[in-house]
Design a protein around this ligand. Sequence first.
Ligand code: GLY
Length: 400
Amino acid sequence: MPAEAEHIHPPAPTRSAYDLVVIGAGVIGLSCAWRAAQAGLSVLVFERDAPGAGATGVAAGMLAPITEADFGEEALLELNLRGRGLWGGFAAELEELTGMASGYADGGALVVAADRDDREELHRLHDFQRRLGLDATWLTTRECRALEPGLAPRVGGAILAPQDGQVNPRAVVRALTAALRSAGGELICAAEVTSLETAGGRVTGVRADGDRSAAASAVLVAAGAWSNGGGLASGCGAPALRPVKGQLLELRVRRGHLPPAERLIRTPRCYIVTRGGSGEGAAGHRVVIGATMEEQGFDTSVTAEGVFGLLEAAREVLPEVGELELLSARAGLRPSTPDNAPAIGRGGPDGLLWATGHHRNGVLLAPLTARLIVDLLRGGPTPPELHAFDPDRFDSLRVV
Ligand code: GLY
């Protein structure tokens, strides 16, 4: 069925019962579904919109645990570093299986100080990174401009994190969708799960709109910021979540011009990701500038303030950004828990699992989340490193 027709008339599940039903076809849900199908489980994914239509489709695709390391988030950093370590193999396997690009690149990142205040802040961050034994080097203005000549002469130095990288989330979603289907998994789009079915304290399946239902031995909720809404909100132990809006710009490098930077560039106010060139088709280089952090509920409007702030922040370190063609401005909603760390694991009735709340780290943590979820689906115990990310840890804030 052509994709458009599929959207208007979502097909019905081909079986009456599955080993696993996944709610949500973002990068987390699709990664878990693909790995579960590869492990031999019968898998059905329900997606309320289209694959990657939520936060994934707006994400910049940073694989940057070192660049994004933050004070007080050491347990999360540990998880993020493990997640980063899996991406090279995950992308290579996905590309080989599907023949599709993922935009994976491991060229490193620079955290740039635009002025004196930034330099003080980044020196503190660099001290913290070094105390944790992370691969991060302080570069002088001259050294960082030698690596990235497009940086403004005024920059006050930078931290080089050579192990950070990037991927193109929309390309990854296309490849994951193909990989899931070739592993025998099913995906039904434009079908919102309206309730979980339970019996005797365990989950037995889901009901979706259009009167679709599917029995399942296990259900995984990976619906991003919508993971505790609607039919999932009551009586199933949904973790506390809030949407954190991020506005993001996409720009195009003019034909015959070089992009303003090769590496991922971050400042305390924005990040700049260059995509394209080799491996991503003939579209040429694109530059993605992100992202705001706003708490305004489920609002995805793009604001003049958001766009202006991002362009100003990017142009102060990379003046050539002003020459690029502005293609789009979009906003997505990060799913965020009270401690901004993900909720991964069992929770609520038996057979129900959660992979949500990834906040700023959904793309980065997708391969690792999938591995951990498949281990749990195989009946393994909750590994000690997941205790800090237990979906039940916000019991007192639980949605009832
Ligand atoms: N990881 C970048 C962001 O969430 O904006």
